[in-house]
Unconditional design. Structure first.
Ligand code: NAD
Length: 245
């Protein structure tokens, strides 16, 4: 489905980002695995076929993102026509106890990081006259309904939806589609820390009765990356087993 395409995947060193790297590569894309954790990005790359590359970058830093785009062009001799923004963090606290630093850090990585990568990638796509660009932002079901203890995270993920819808409108005329995926409760290192009793409560709320796997989210990303979704932009797809649908 993606032969001849270059795909940039942030957060590619773990969880959902890693599953996206695997699936896009299996469908023929050359993948730029991007993560702030160099070893983790390399570990993902080690399990991919030849022709892919790993990069260490901090999505919340504009200079790091600019440098990343330069390195990708040097390695692949072209720019990405697909970008999946999966890098994300949590710093959970109840709102009454939330400190400014934890609030700002989550906003910086989850919203500003998505903005910086989307802006740099779309500028590069325009410069190379790419006419089938696809940007996929990993938001969260929490951005739709909120979640106790995650005022910073929920705000960031709601922000990603607004960013997605705006970028979709601004970039449609240039042949670049922008969509968001809203995962529910997915089994990754991010959710490994959730206490057992909370998991049991959540499972009762999920109509499909189980946690999702990173591969379930990757399948939605593949659809949005490929030309099979060529008339879809500015929308959100929930991959949540029916949770809060
Ligand atoms: P994860 O912690 O397994 O992976 C996140 C990756 O992002 C890590 O490899 C980390 O090193 C990288 N990263 C963090 N900060 C970065 C930065 N500044 N620059 C570059 N890379 C950075 O988490 P995951 O569960 O795979 O989550 C992936 C995305 O999906 C996140 O945006 C998360 O908010 C979202 N999400 C996850 C779930 C879930 O249940 N796991 C649910 C909804 C949304």
């Amino acid at each position: 489905m993606l032969a001849g395409r270059v795909a940039l995947v942030t957060g590619g060193g773990s969880g959902i980002g890693r599953a996206v790297c695997h699936l896009l590569a299996r469908e023929g894309a050359a993948v730029a695995v991007v993560d702030i954790n160099k070893e983790a990005a390399q570990e993902t790359l080690d399990r991919l076929p030849k022709g892919n590359h790993a990069f260490c970058a901090d999505v919340s830093s504009s200079s790091s993102v600019k440098e990343l785009l330069k390195q990708i062009k040097t390695s692949f001799h072209t720019v990405p026509s697909i970008a999946v923004n999966s890098a994300g963090i949590t710093k959970d606290k109840m709102m009454l106890k939330m400190d400014e630093e934890s609030f700002s850090k989550v906003i910086d990585v989850n919203i500003k990081g998505t903005f910086l990568v989307s802006q740099a990638v779309s500028q590069a796509m325009l410069a190379e006259k790419i006419s089938n660009g696809s940007i996929i932002n990993i938001s969260s079901i929490v951005g739709k309904v909120g979640n106790i203890g995650q005022v910073n995270y929920a705000a960031s993920k709601a922000g990603v939806i607004g960013l997605t819808k705006t970028a979709a409108k601004e970039l449609a005329g240039f042949g670049i589609r922008v969509n968001a995926v809203l995962p529910g409760f997915i089994q990754t290192p991010m959710t490994d820390v959730v206490p057992k009793n909370v998991i049991e409560i959540l499972l009762q709320l999920i109509p499909l009765g189980k946690m999702g796997q990173p591969e379930d989210v990757a399948e939605a990303c593949l659809f949005l990356a490929s030309d099979r979704s060529k008339y879809i932009t500015g929308t959100t797809i929930e991959v949540a087993g029916g949770l809060f649908a």
